[in-house]
Design a protein around this ligand. Structure first.
Ligand code: PEP
Ligand code: MG
Length: 911
């Protein structure tokens, strides 16, 4: 017969630590501690499977399992020498949740189960402490009432606080037994009023109802939210552990506490935790009384302290990881109630992993697997000071698009942000950002948008710049004209005006009103450096490059360990203030001659930028992509021009000057420039620009653009190569749908290269021409594309958009809905859709390498910095991933973990 209930106690246990799937972390570890002779109160664990059975069976536990539970209870009663519900000497129980993965505080617990009007009197006599017995009973009604009967805790609190007020009592423990009895009567009345039934007096009924409530808590809002955040599957369910109570609240030689074997904040190897004398578990967590530091336990209860220290030190050695434990001591005797691998911050995770290797507890490969790549974020960006954050009002949680904490004054336009930044820190708040906002984004400490998703303009650019950014904060309603936003928080409407301070956490997506303090983490941490060195050893020759457009970002990327540039979006250089007028002139040109004249002005600027990139990445490949976005993005908005046209005849001198600066002409030229810009904007207008005249389609219609860019690339290459530096240029053609487009553009690039390198006497300089795979047709015909491409780089932003038929700019309007309904596992622009888009990628790799076995393959879409997607890319056989500079260490670690998971050889990269 299948077993569903597992007993433990008295030095034996049915389960052990390997059975987390079935017993949950708590149940498995209690069984293990028990087996190892540690002082653990006896009990039994109802397996995780029963949670699923309970739901499938119409919220009922089937009779056979109920019977098995009855047998386990009988065994426990025998072990403890007490019976559940016995009026004279009742067995009291705790009922706790515990899934395979720890979900601290997300599910329910009930303590003191088994108390009723009769057994409480029995407990009072046995313990010779009436006050204690009634305190336990009132706690039980309260917990059971909230968890199993669904009564709001505030109703109980109200009764309790009223009594304290009436009796002029400040501390709970000053309430007498008589006070507590009166409170209990009121609690029972409350239960009757709320549930139309009496508080259940039958201890066995209490037990079943508590167990069922624990199962139901698997699906409460916070547990569901937590699972989504931590990517814990919904199907695994929680176990329910029932354990004999020991009492920390029976007098001054009793107490309870929680602790960690190392500091979970910093990782330092110190005994860490807190305890309360004469209290029960929930008192420590609830923060009603301030607990004492665990070091004080040494003075108060030296024997308990010594034993606890010994036990937890041994537990850490046995589990080979930092432990988070709970304990209670009753009349001076210590009991362990729980141990588990403790949650920790990013810096602590790295330090503990490194120090445990040095202590000989774990090997390097285990250390590398111990740190979640996303945890490195906290070591690379400033974070909020927690105490300071508590004083602020939280407005909302948007989509966390670029990590780090930022504090500044709200500015509602790019110009506003630039002006604000001159006075102090600014946060740019926009409905969404466009390339026009670049200067404002750069000037701001952080960016907040009301719409957009993980690959929106704001998200992509902010990540590249390393600016904290939150997008899709749909609760905020922005009035750009009035320079303010409003947000409804609960029943209050919060207004933030220009210049008001806000604090945004790009790691969590949280937005606050007010000014929080931040803490600068040290990126030069010795532990981090050492840890990353190990990760790189396991990563082998799988590369990590950066998406960087300007030399400053390229240098930052090198510092984070990037081994080249996987994508330089050349258009980002054209948005700079000194270049935009020439770009616009090029777009406005009506014939090739004037277009070439405008391009000639851009050439030296691009050349200088490219030379900077080659120098910053000396010895590593630099992928430069030819122009990609639709041309209208470089022109002012149609509405803006229409307004300017109407306003011009009445404009003041100051206004005209502003217009001239905006439209890149002199005041005298305004009369001609505005209508011609407007005309061209209307000409360039497209219904669906993302699928329109962009990518290689631009270079095909205007070959002189590709020609100028190729010239800038190779002239820059010549300059840097002549300084004796090793450079590896890779020219990339975007948005091809098949080989013909690539063939066309390649011919232009090759002819310019031949001319420029020939003239410089550098014909041997090796360069590569390749393409992005970001249109499904290119992936499906990758065998013929590879005949013309020396490398592929998957542009998974567009490939996701085009494969799923899902606009990368608009999908956030319904994405949350899709995620709630589990139609999308997660944001497909944040983490690669491996089943769909991933299949196309695998096919393209297979077809491409069939034609050209040494084809170099990478990814440069935003997914290149997402740990799950990096692991996919590794498995799919790519050569490298490329991501924003600040995500490079994360990608390095994710790749190392993918390599370890695949059982790759652990040879050193540096050898
Ligand atoms: C992509 O589409 O994934 C890509 C990297 O190009 P962009 O985001 O510039 O369109
Ligand atoms: Mg693209």
């Amino acid at each position: 017969m299948k077993k569903y209930v597992y007993s433990f106690g008295g030095g034996t246990a049915d389960g052990d630590k390997s059975m987390k799937d079935l017993l949950g972390g708590k149940g498995a570890n209690l069984a293990e501690m028990c087996k190892n002779g540690l002082p653990v109160p006896g009990g039994f664990t109802v397996a995780t499977e029963v949670c699923n059975i309970y739901f499938q069976n119409g919220n009922k536990v089937p009779k056979e399992i109920q019977d098995e539970q009855g047998q386990a209870l009988a065994k426990l009663e025998k072990l403890m020498g007490k019976k559940l519900g016995d009026a004279k000497d009742p067995l009291l129980l705790s009922v706790r949740s515990g899934a395979k993965f720890s979900m601290p505080g997300m599910m329910n617990t009930i303590l003191n189960l088994g108390l009723n009007d009769e057994t409480t009197e029995g407990l009072a006599v046995r313990s010779n402490n009436e006050r204690f017995a009634y305190d336990c009973y009132r706690r039980f009604i309260q917990m059971f009432g909230e968890v199993a009967l669904g009564i709001e805790m505030e109703h109980f609190d109200h009764i309790f606080d009223e009594k304290k007020k009436k009796r002029k009592i400040k501390v709970d423990s000053d309430l007498s037994a008589a006070d507590l009895k009166a409170i209990i009567e009121d609690y029972k009345k409350l239960v009757k009023k709320e549930t139309k039934k009496d508080f259940p007096q039958d201890a066995h009924v209490q037990l079943d109802m508590s167990r069922d409530a624990v199962f139901r808590s698997w699906n409460n809002d916070k547990a569901v939210y937590y699972r989504r955040m931590e990517k814990i599957p919904d199907e695994i369910g929680t176990a329910c552990t029932v354990q004999a109570m020991v009492f920390g609240n029976m007098g001054d030689d009793c107490g309870t506490g929680v602790g960690f074997t190392r500091d979970p904040g910093s990782g330092e190897n110190v005994f860490y935790g807190e305890f309360l004398i004469n209290a029960q578990g929930e008192d420590v967590v609830a923060g009603i009384r301030t607990p004492q530091a665990i070091a004080d336990l040494k003075k108060v209860m030296p024997g308990v302290y010594k034993e606890l220290r010994e036990i937890t030190t041994n537990l850490e050695k046995a589990y080979k990881d930092m432990q988070d434990f709970e304990f209670t001591f009753e009349s001076g005797k210590l009991y362990m109630l729980q141990t588990r691998n403790g949650k920790r911050t990013g810096p602590a995770a790295v330090r503990i992993a490194v120090e445990m290797v040095k202590e000989g507890l774990i090997e390097k490969d285990e250390a590398v697997m111990r740190v979640a790549p996303s945890q490195l974020d906290q070591l690379l960006h400033p974070v909020f000071d927690n105490a300071s954050l508590k004083t602020l009002t939280k407005i909302t949680r948007g989509i966390a698009a670029s990590p780090g904490a930022a504090v500044g004054m709200a500015a509602f336009s790019a110009q506003g942000a630039v002006a604000m930044a001159a006075k102090g820190p600014a946060i740019l708040v926009r409905k969404e950002t466009t390339p026009d906002d670049i200067a404002g984004m750069d000037a701001a400490k952080g960016i907040l948008t009301a719409v957009g998703g993980k690959s929106s303009h704001a998200a992509v650019v902010a990540r590249g710049m390393g600016r904290p950014c939150i997008v899709g904060a749909s609760i905020i309603s922005i009035d750009e004209k009035a320079k303010r936003f409003t947000a409804k928080v609960g029943d209050k409407t919060i207004t933030v005006k220009e210049g008001d301070f806000i604090s945004i956490d790009g790691t969590t997506g949280d937005v606050y009103v007010g000014q929080s303090k931040t803490v600068e983490p040290s990126t030069k941490s010795g532990f981090l450096a050492e840890f990353m060195k190990w990760a790189d050893e396991f990563r082998g020759d799988f590369g990590v490059r950066a998406n960087a457009d300007i030399p400053k970002d390229a240098k930052a990327a090198r510092n984070f360990g990037a081994e080249g540039i996987g994508l330089c979006r050349t258009e980002h250089m054209f948005f700079a203030e000194d270049r935009l007028p020439f770009m616009q002139a090029m777009i406005l040109a009506t014939d090739e001659k004037s277009r070439r004249a405008a391009l000639a002005k851009l050439l030296p600027m691009q050349r200088k930028d490219f030379a900077g990139l080659f120098e910053a990445m000396e010895g590593f490949p630099v992928v430069i992509r030819t122009l990609d976005p639709p041309l209208h993005e470089f022109l002012p908005k149609r509405e803006e021009l229409m307004v300017a046209e109407v306003k011009l005849p009445h404009a003041t001198a100051k206004e005209k000057k502003e217009m001239a600066a905006k439209f890149g002409c002199t005041v005298g030229e305004l009369k001609k420039t505005i209508p011609s810009l407007l005309h061209r904007v209307e000409e360039l207008h497209e219904m669906n620009p993302m699928l329109g005249h962009r990518g290689c389609r631009l270079g095909i219609t205007y070959p002189e653009i590709t020609e100028m860019q190729a010239r800038a690339i190779f002239e820059a290459a010549v300059i840097v190569a002549k300084k004796g530096k090793k450079i590896i240029p890779e020219v990339m053609i975007p948005l091809v749908g098949g080989y013909k487009e690539l063939e066309h553009q390649k011919a232009i690039v090759e002819s310019v290269a031949k001319e420029v390198l020939g003239k410089a006497g550098l014909t041997k300089l090796k360069y590569y021409i390749g393409t992005m795979i970001e249109i499904p047709r290119a992936a499906l015909t990758a065998d013929s594309v590879a005949e013309h491409a020396e490398f592929f780089s998957f542009g998974t932003n567009d490939l996701t958009q085009t494969t799923m038929g899902l606009s990368r700019d608009d999908y956030t309007k319904f994405n949350a809905h899709y995620e709630n309904l589990k139609i999308f596992k997660t944001d497909p622009f944040g983490s690669l859709d491996q089943e769909g888009v991933g299949k196309l990628i695998e096919l393209a790799i297979q077809l491409g390498r069939k034609t050209r076995p040494d084809l170099e393959i990478g990814i440069c879409g935003e997914h290149g910095g997402d740990p799950d997607s990096v692991a996919f890319c590794y498995r799919a056989g790519m050569n490298y991933v490329s991501c924003s500079p600040y995500r490079v260490p994360i990608a390095r670690l994710a790749a190392a973990q993918a390599a370890l998971a695949k059982g790759a050889k652990t040879e050193s990269r540096t050898a």
